[in-house]
Design a protein. Structure first.
Lengths: 1044, 477
């Protein structure tokens, strides 16, 4: 350009100031630069790029990992010390049971959930789903911002469009419906009511995918109030359950497990035990714990209940409300003795039923009433609010939706398109509705059918409350700032109501006006202790995470007139099976299906991961010629759905001992949208197989086989036809041999049983206790772990444990096998998820597994045995490691040194308990976002190294630092809780110092029930087991009686 | 000394060979181009090696997970192949050292290739302990070398460390023994070549051998001493390998019979492998006159003997287990034979015990076409023996909850093929570049009817050899 700029005159607008580029082009003879060919990528730039790539490859290849700079706090917040964990009391968002949790946060992010030991319901226990709900927070596929028609939008935009539509609906008096799962939050319920009150025609419909609607309806009939009793298993000396899996999945399993366990075995001088009878069609973990378990088909259950009612009425001397329906399965003798036991134990007896047959539930109420259990083991003055769904209202709403009568539908905490039998019809109904808003944090089946998705916070991000049982409140506080652009439902509703207010303010306001005036100290002694002014009450509640309030005393008199005989079930034809749909302990109704920890948690009974399947009994399998993994077609000939043809699904079959021969059972909660992500879970290598089925999902949805009958969702009893398809499907099980008995086909030893688990009857226990009491006491706490086994090894005991000596005790009578410990351990110890293919190759990584053994032929008995590294004193693994990567600590721990391990696997081969786990691959975490949940105290293991249970050594060290800081010489008993112990709802696991004679573990080691696995080999494991005790006569007394 | 009497009457080397004939015959393959058959064999062996290399490279890059192992069965093809190849190696030392000390003069025709086989087999074996580790790049930690990790040493109680010593020693001694035995022959090769790189190499490798009395004297002494040193190794190496299992607590591993049982098995498989190779070599390299039916007959008798020892071990093992009344022990053995992997036990017993019984018949012992498949089957059986010991003991041990199974992946099969590829590639190269028969020694056992003729080819090697030097003077001429 010349210095001298002459004025430029333009000839036309195209050449003028508007088109400087054009001018340039017009003045430039060669529009393309001459020095390079007209391609995008010149030789020079190619060489540059190639050189750069080579240089980068060289530099990157040389360094092991890029250097990342950690940036410290410039101004350190007062309450945060980097590297120190803090616990915040909150509540669990996993289901509607409302257990209390302590959220362990490190550097501002939650890394573990622990049960809140002070919570009056859960008592420190937390189930597998609760433990795993941590991972849902860090789910990268969460809905990160509001969606309108599937497209991301701003909250302003969503609010504007929703309020516009609501205004027009309000003006046109259009019906507004709020559909939700059970909401136990009083604040949220109040807000929903306030929101709905702004519409002339509005209603809140609640339903539960795992419905207990029949119990509520039955109480409506017998007690005049639609309520769910608060079951007090802790007070029940005799428990009779008709198909209620109360230890596994029914209503509030953590609370019930704790209650059941606390009254199960009283080990005083004269041991006493509660009695538990279970009538069930499939094998549940509740049935596995029962003293008497009777296999009963769903259609036999109502008659069993009514026959029990007749017996109880006779004992009570009142007229039986139902005619004696004769005999059948279960045998009369069993029911008679049971009635007798119940009667003797009254009012500390309890009859529960998981049936969705309202009339059967009415009869159960009658039995409990006749036994005087109401007010004792069933509380209806302070009822449970954990299930409040009404299937009738749901059915009405579904009808409305299908007819297109609803103007606006809000969906919270429910996934009706997935979990109801007529999901597609509901999706259709949703499409006919003008305004559909989902609050789902996952783009589930229903949310993707909804026009608006206004994602709610995760439970760990939000303020909230829950009242699982009337008068007992759990307060939720956020443990992390919201990770994504979500908004609490409380705020959304307030905004659409035109009075935007923060969730915190709404919650606080509710607590100030509704909770504070009714406050009660936690032990129930009046208001004094709970804080005089609201601020101190609030602070105390936030700190503890719980509050107790007084409840208005209401009485619900029993109305005997309502009791009637249950309807006889429609007989199934000979070629039909009775279908039982059940939730699994891990996945429940399927809301956690995107959670890999739960998908990989073995089912407590079948030990299968990553799939659902059609279970049949061995006899039925023989009859049908089925082998495990044969794909069968399940065909439901619908009885009452007009026009609907047969519902079919195809599932792999599984042979389940202990199941009724006429029953086929299928788990709900599988085949969820969003499980497609698991096609890539696990290692990627040429022979790696996909973890999903032919539909691209994990398992298949069995909800289409549900039926609405008599106003409630029926999970069992439908007639189903099974046909073989001839295809095969592999089920990934973590256990391939199911008994302690040697297979019959091995000559000489076939049929022998290994003494791995010890079992006792109460009578035998009494004898043992007596023998132990009369025997001279051991002189002192023995140096060895086994006082009563005089085992002389080759070597001198020249390694005395002078300081601590860590050991674990597991009470097998308490253990239900629920798997909470497995997930707790996984969360604590950064255990990777390996995927279905790796489980199929028997390479699951869980450090603690729960061995499940059957005994017996048809009516199998089940024992569960948690098995973790036994930290043997004479550890076979230690001597064989060539590089000293596994060595013994002075405190009895068998330590694994990851960075020294070269991975010969010799230790694992030589481990008699097979508790060692090898990193076959670099088990990369599929969802990188979920790495935020890693525990910084525990090394993430790379491929090629061995790992195993450490007795949570990081917790021991943390406690040691803490005790030293306080000047204590030793770690006090109870100061260290391992992750498995902390989580166990049954408190079956005890960890502690054997050298402290007063510690709980030392007491446990002196228990007459104590045994160790493979004790006779002198490995001297540090894990002590307490034998399984069942409340039944021993074989000897039984025989004596029979002869006498 | 019955054999000595035999030697006097029946020549060990047929065809009325002169000393010069021996030199010419043995050196012929070195001086001519490879045959078509060699090319085909080499291509096959090298392809197998390539397959194995790809498989192992993939495994090292991806993880041991590419094998079919699981939480219960932590070793399978890897350690099976390791023990198998170590076993193969045993025959070489047996033939060259023990038979040397026992004056078994028929060994002269076969000892060179048997020793070469030992070295290649130990090379194959040595690969497995390295690649079987989860982090093979750290496998050197198994050696007690001075390090900067504080006083961190290896665990001297671990049999895997003993393995390192045992295999290391064995390989070293075998290599030295072989090399020392090669020296006179290398000198022959050197003298036959006029110039060129090979001549220079042979010159360096023969360490200035000049055929003088002093050279021979020192050579004989060293050879005798090395033979003495190598002899205990034949017994020790597989004894130590067997301790990998015997010191374990797993039923089926924890057995005191393992050392003799493993040694016998190793010699059994080694002799079978020597026979396999010799049968091929004598046919393809036209060495029938050097490796005669008599050699084969003697080897077959050795095979029959070791098969018998192995059979006794199998019976003893079973008896001990059943007599122990230890339920885990009883189960381990019954499960081996009748459990889900019983078929492997069936292969093992039929190949190692039943089929070798055919060798009782002289006619069988003298028919290469029957012996050849027998030797192959023996090695199949011996491979399965190690598989049975390792896998069937592990797959169902103490706690039934952890019982599992094992299926190899194609990667593992590739690895197995590759180890054979490596072995045969090395062996075929050996056939081309070194004298496969110890010329110097063979010359010592030539028929007395043909005393050393004038050396037409002008070699500097006198008609004597180590064997000859050791022989009573009456036999020499």
């Amino acid at each position: 350009m010349g210095r001298d700029k002459p004025s430029r005159y333009w000839k036309s607008w195209e050449q003028g100031p508007g088109a400087s580029e054009l001018i340039q082009i017009s003045t430039n003879e060669f529009p393309e630069p001459l020095d390079r060919p007209p391609s995008q990528f010149s030789r020079r730039s190619f060489l540059k790029a190639a050189g750069f790539t080579a240089a980068v490859a060289a530099t990157v290849g040389c360094s092991r990992a890029p250097v990342e700079k950690a940036i410290p706090y410039l101004v350190q917040p007062e309450e945060i010390v980097p590297g120190v964990s803090y616990f915040y009391a909150s509540g669990c968002g996993g289901c509607s049971a409302g257990c209390g949790v302590l959220v362990k946060t490190r550097d501002g992010r939650p890394i573990k959930l622990e049960g809140n030991p002070e919570h009056p319901l859960s008592h420190g226990g937390l189930c597998a789903a609760g433990q795993a709900s941590l991972l849902s927070l860090y789910d990268s596929q969460r809905v990160k911002e509001p969606l309108i028609g599937g497209k991301p939008a701003s909250w302003q935009e969503a609010d504007r469009r929703i309020t516009e539509q609501l205004a027009s609906i309000r003006a046109s008096r259009g019906p507004v419906r709020f559909l939700s799962g059970t909401i136990t939050s009083p604040t949220l319920n109040a807000e929903i009511q306030r929101f709905l009150a702004t519409f002339p025609d509005a209603g809140h419909v609640t339903y539960d995918a795992l419905s207990s609607s029949a119990i509520l309806d039955a109480h409506q009939e017998t007690h005049g109030a639609r309520l769910l009793p608060h079951y007090r298993f802790d007070l029940a000396d005799v428990v009779v359950s008709f198909d209620a899996d109360f230890l596994g999945t029914w209503i509030s399993p953590v609370e019930f497990t704790h209650g059941y366990r606390s009254n199960r075995l009283n080990e005083s001088a004269a041991p006493k035990m509660s009695y538990h009878a279970q009538f069930e069609s499939r094998l549940s973990i509740t049935g596995a714990k029962a003293d008497q378990r009777v296999r009963v088909a769903p259609d036999e259950l109502p008659s069993a209940v009514s026959r029990l009612a007749v017996s109880i009425a006779r004992l009570a001397g009142i007229a039986s409300p139902v005619p004696d329906s004769g005999t059948g399965n279960p045998p009369d003798a069993i029911l008679e003795t049971l009635a007798q036991r119940l009667w003797e134990a009254r009012p500390n007896s309890l009859v529960v039923s998981g049936s969705q047959d309202r009339r059967a539930q009415v009869l159960v109420n009658f039995i409990n009433q006749a036994l005087g259990n109401y007010g004792a083991t069933l509380e209806i003055e302070r009822p449970s609010l954990q299930k409040s769904g009404s299937d009738r209202e749901l059915q009405a709403l579904v009808d409305e939706l299908q007819k297109g009568q609803v103007a606006a539908l809000f969906i919270l905490g429910a996934n009706p398109v997935y979990d109801l039998p007529n999901g597609s019809a509901i999706a259709d109904g949703i499409s006919k509705t003008r305004l559909v808003v989902s609050f789902s944090g996952q783009l589930d089946e229903t949310a993707s059918a909804s026009r608006f998705v206004c994602p709610d916070h995760d439970a760990l991000e939000s303020w909230g409350d829950a009242e699982p049982v009337r008068g007992t409140l759990t307060l939720y506080q956020p443990a992390i700032r919201p990770l994504t652009n979500t908004r609490p439902v409380l705020e959304s509703l307030a905004a659409w109501r035109g009075q935007p207010r923060s969730a915190y303010d709404t919650l606080r306001e509710y607590w100030r006006t509704e909770v504070f005036p009714k406050r009660q100290s936690r032990d129930g002694n009046g208001a004094g202790a709970a804080g005089a002014d609201f601020q101190s009450f609030w602070d105390a509640s936030v700190e503890a995470g719980i509050a107790q309030i007084k409840t208005a005393s209401t009485t619900h008199p029993f109305r005997g007139a309502a009791v009637a005989a249950p309807a006889a079930a429609g007989a199934l034809s000979a070629d039909e099976f009775s279908l039982v749909l059940y939730p699994k302990v891990a996945l429940g109704d399927g809301r956690h299906a995107h959670n890999p920890w739960l998908q990989e948690l073995p089912d407590p009974i079948s030990k299968i991961t990553w799939d659902n399947y059609a279970s049949v009994s061995p006899a039925a399998a023989t009859r049908l010629g089925l082998k495990e993994g044969d794909v069968v077609r399940l065909e439901l000939q619908s009885r009452d759905r007009e026009g609907a043809g047969a519902q079919t699904i195809e599932l792999p079959s599984f042979i389940q001992p202990g199941q009724h021969d006429a029953v086929v059972s299928v788990a709900l909660g599988y085949g969820r949208k969003g499980t497609e992500r698991f096609s890539t879970v696990g290692p990627k290598w040429i022979f790696g197989r996909s973890g999903v089925n032919e539909e691209g999902r994990v398992g298949k949805n069995a909800a289409p086989l549900l039926e609405f009958t008599d106003g409630s969702l029926q999970y069992s009893g439908s007639g189903i036809r099974l046909t073989k398809t001839g295809r095969q499907y592999s089920l990934a099980s973590t256990q391939s041999h199911h008994t302690l008995t040697i297979p019959k086909n091995i000559p000489l030893v076939g049929g022998d049983t290994r003494e791995i688990v010890h079992e006792l009857t109460v009578a035998e226990l009494v004898e043992k206790v007596h023998a132990a009491a009369t025997a001279p006491p051991p002189p002192e706490l023995p140096k060895r772990r086994f006082p009563e086994v005089p085992m002389n090894g080759m070597w001198k005991d020249d390694h005395p444990y002078t300081g601590h000596r860590w050991a674990i005790g597991v009470d097998l009578t308490a253990c239900t096998g629920c798997g909470a410990c497995v997930v707790a351990c996984q969360a604590e110890n950064n255990i990777p998820v390996v995927g279905k293919d790796e489980v199929l190759r028997h390479r699951e990584m869980h450090w603690i597994r729960i061995d499940r053994y059957y005994s017996g032929e048809e009516d199998v008995e089940v024992v569960h045995q948690p098995m973790m590294c036994q930290q043997c004193d004479n550890a076979p693994c230690e001597t064989v490691c060539p590089v000293l990567a596994t060595v013994h600590s002075a405190e009895g721990l068998n330590q694994q040194i990851y960075n020294r391990c070269v991975g010969t696997r010799y230790c694992a081969n030589n481990c008699p308990y097979k508790t060692r786990r090898f990193n076959w691959f670099n088990y990369a975490r599929n969802d990188k976002f979920q790495n935020l949940a890693l525990n910084p105290d525990v090394t993430v293991r790379s491929r090629g190294v061995m790992e195993k249970c450490t007795f949570c050594v990081q917790r021991i060290e943390a406690a040691r630092i803490e005790s030293r800081r306080h000047g204590a010489a030793k770690i006090a008993d109870g100061q260290v809780q391992t992750a498995c112990q902390q989580s166990c709802p049954a408190q079956a696991i005890v960890f502690g110092d054997l050298n402290d004679p007063n510690s709980r573990i030392a007491q446990m080691a002196r228990n007459p029930r104590r045994f160790a696995v493979l004790e006779e080999f002198n490995f001297r494991p540090a894990v002590n087991y307490l034998a399984v005790v069942r409340n039944r006569e021993s074989e000897i007394t039984k025989e004596a009686k029979a002869h006498g | 000394m019955a054999d000595l009497a035999l030697i006097r009457h029946v020549p060990l080397i047929g065809g009325n060979k002169t000393l010069a004939d021996v030199t010419r015959d043995v050196c012929r393959p070195l001086e001519t181009g490879p045959t078509k058959l060699w090319y085909v064999s080499f291509l096959a062996a090298f392809s197998a090696l390539a397959i194995g290399s790809v498989a192992v490279a993939y495994q090292i890059a991806t993880g041991v997970g590419t094998w079919g192992l699981n939480r219960t069965v932590g070793w399978a093809f890897d350690i099976t192949c390791f023990v198998f190849w170590v076993g193969i190696g045993h025959a070489g030392t047996l033939i060259s050292a023990i038979l040397f000390l026992l004056r078994q003069r028929w060994r002269t025709s076969v000892n060179r290739s048997a020793e070469a086989m030992t070295i290649f087999a130990v090379m194959c074996a040595g690969i497995f302990p390295i690649i079987h580790t989860g982090r093979p790049w750290l496998a050197y930690w198994l050696f007690p070398y001075p390090n900067f990790r504080g006083p961190l040493w290896v665990n001297f109680r671990s049999p895997l460390v003993w393995d390192c010593f045992a295999i290391g020693t064995y390989f070293t001694i075998s290599l030295v023994f072989w090399y020392v035995g090669l020296m006179p022959d290398l000198a022959t090769v050197r003298d036959r070549l006029k110039s060129g790189f090979r001549q220079k190499l042979a010159s360096v490798m023969s360490l200035g051998w000049n055929g003088s009395f002093r050279t021979w004297h020192r050579y004989e002494s060293v050879y005798l001493m090395l033979a003495g040193l190598a002899t205990p190794l034949v017994l020790s190496v597989h004894t130590i390998v067997s301790w990998d299992f015997a010191t374990g607590v797993i039923p089926g591993w924890h057995a005191t019979i393992f050392p003799p049982y493993f040694v016998a098995g190793a010699i059994f498989s080694g002799v079978a492998m020597v026979l396999t190779l010799l049968l091929v070599a004598r046919k393809t390299m036209r060495l029938e006159e050097y490796i005669t039916i008599r050699h084969i007959d003697v080897m077959c008798k050795l095979l029959l003997l070791t098969s018998g020892i192995v059979a006794i071990a199998y019976v003893t093992e079973f008896f001990t287990a059943l007599y122990s009344t230890n339920p885990y022990e009883e189960f381990a053995f019954l499960n081996r034979a009748f459990g889900p992997m019983g078929w492997t036990y069936g292969i093992m017993v039929s190949c190692n015990v039943l089929i070798p019984q055919l060798l009782w018949f002289k006619r069988v012992r003298q028919s290469p076409w029957i012996i050849f498949p027998i030797t192959l089957l023996v090695n199949v059986g011996m491979w399965f023996e190690r598989f049975v010991i390792i896998v069937t003991s592990l797959h169902r041990d103490f706690l039934p909850s952890s019982w599992s199974s094992y299926y190899p992946t194609p990667i593992e099969i590739g690895m197995l093929i590759g180890s054979f590829g490596l072995f045969f590639t090395c062996f075929l190269i050996f056939c081309r570049i070194l004298p496969v028969i110890a010329m110097a020694e063979v010359k010592g056992v030539l028929s007395p009817a043909h005393p050393s003729a004038p050396d037409r080819e002008g070699t500097s090697i006198p008609a004597t050899g180590s064997e000859a030097a050791l022989m009573p003077s009456g036999v020499r001429s």
